[in-house]
Design a protein around this ligand. Structure first.
Ligand SMILES: NC(=O)c1ccc[n+]([C@@H]2O[C@H](COP(=O)([O-])OP(=O)(O)OC[C@H]3O[C@@H](n4cnc5c(N)ncnc54)[C@H](OP(=O)(O)O)[C@@H]3O)[C@@H](O)[C@H]2O)c1
Length: 361
């Protein structure tokens, strides 16, 4: 196919202004990159968060800004050093959240190492639900880079043999199990052999979470005290040494820390200790806390990201990791503004909103 010189992109001209659709240049791949025609792009809370300070000051390095971290599409051009992919390959990849690697546009540049082929049993829309959420979970749990020493829990990765035995039979509690990150955290816990796997969520999401591996789902509207009181029965006498809190929410993080046994590991999806209450950051009792900055493109995350992307095709093919349920929004990139408003208003439950950038009028 011939590659156009311009494309439609969702653009933020400056902070605290509305997104608009504009014509932007189609970028060209560097030697180790590929150019992807994006078929499906999934939305995330960061896509509305980045519009205003403080996040705009942290994440936007150049204006105008194009957002988007989750993409799936077709390889249309190869960098000169890329031999692992060919034109026409269907790939899932993590966007960079900014131009030229953002996914809220029709074409993006992606490092070939941070891509995975989409198997035939998975659609572009489903594949697009994975990258940011799965990368964020994996960085909180398995990043052994020296630069992430005080961030990741540095557990044994579930794709290594030891990671499938070291925690087998030990319990896991996943708080906010129906967030996108929570759904993947449940599945990683299942692959690691944790048992039981207890999740909190709205009860209408219980069948979904049980299909992913949760053995028990507790109503998230219950009080902290009532959840803590029920846990010992569900744990059957085993100490709870692993908790994953899949939401940046002070009370959820406090619940996770209170439930955790001394010496246990508490994974959070906060980027650093400033995002969690001091009483948790300084919990003591030998409790370890994991943080996550969910971009595989950061130098400190790169190696772990490459290792993760090597697993994704096989996991999807075998159904070891199931994508989030999808709601496809109409009107291409023009549907994003309303989708982000729904996300911000907390009106999306247990699923990912996805758009087709090529359908933009
Ligand atoms: N560190 C990073 O790099 C990074 C990257 C991505 C995301 N995050 C953070 O990760 C979190 C999850 O993001 P996401 O995209 O996965 O979210 P999401 O899918 O948009 O979350 C929607 C879900 O949140 C659940 N929820 C809302 N309030 C809750 C509460 N108080 N307790 C339990 N569940 C609650 C709802 O569950 P029910 O419908 O079952 O009630 C709903 O299904 C966010 O806080 C986000 O900021 C961090």
């Amino acid at each position: 196919m011939s590659i156009p010189t311009t494309q439609k992109s969702l653009v933020l001209r400056k902070e605290s202004t509305p997104y608009a659709i504009e014509e932007m240049p189609v970028p060209r791949p560097g030697p180790k990159d590929v150019l992807v025609q994006i078929v499906a792009c999934a939305l995330n809370p960061v896509d509305y968060g980045v519009v205003d300070p403080p996040l705009s000051r942290v994440l936007v390095h150049e204006w105008p800004h194009v957002p988007g971290y989750d993409g799936a599409g077709i390889v249309v051009e190869l960098g000169t050093e890329v031999s692992s992919l060919k034109k026409g390959d269907k790939i899932v990849f993590q966007g960079s959240g900014s131009t030229p690697g953002a996914t809220c546009q029709q074409y993006a540049i992606v490092p070939a190492e941070l891509t995975a082929m989409i198997p035939d049993n998975v659609t572009f829309e489903q594949a697009a639900t994975l990258p940011l959420a799965l990368v964020s979970d994996v960085m909180a749990l398995y990043n052994h880079s020296p630069a992430a020493e005080n961030l990741s829990l540095r557990l044994k990765p579930v794709w290594e043999a030891e990671g499938q035995t070291a925690y087998a039979g030990t319990p896991a509690l996943i708080i906010a199990g129906s967030t996108s990150l929570g759904q993947f955290a449940i599945q990683l816990a299942r692959l690691a052999g944790h048992s039981p796997i207890i999740a909190t969520a709205s009860l209408h999401n219980a069948p979904l979470l049980k299909s992913l591996g949760a053995t028990h789902v507790l109503d998230r509207s219950r009080t902290k005290e009532s959840i803590l009181a029920e846990l010992p029965t569900l744990l059957g006498g085993k100490p709870l040494e692993f908790v994953f809190v899949a939401l940046i929410d002070v009370e959820s993080i406090r619940l996770g820390c209170a439930a955790l046994a001394p010496g246990g590991a508490l994974a959070t999806v906060a980027a650093n200790p400033t995002q969690i209450p001091e009483d948790v950051a300084n919990a003591g009792d030998g409790k370890r806390i994991g943080y996550s900055f969910g971009s595989a493109r950061l130098p400190c995350n790169w190696e772990t990201g490459v290792a993760l992307f090597k697993q994704i095709t096989g996991w999807l093919e075998k159904g070891d990791i199931k994508p989030n349920p999808v709601e496809l929004l109409p009107n291409g990139l023009a549907g994003i503004t309303e989708g982000l408003a729904r996300l911000k208003a907390k009106k999306v439950s247990g699923k990912k909103l996805v758009v087709h950038p090529q359908e933009t009028a």
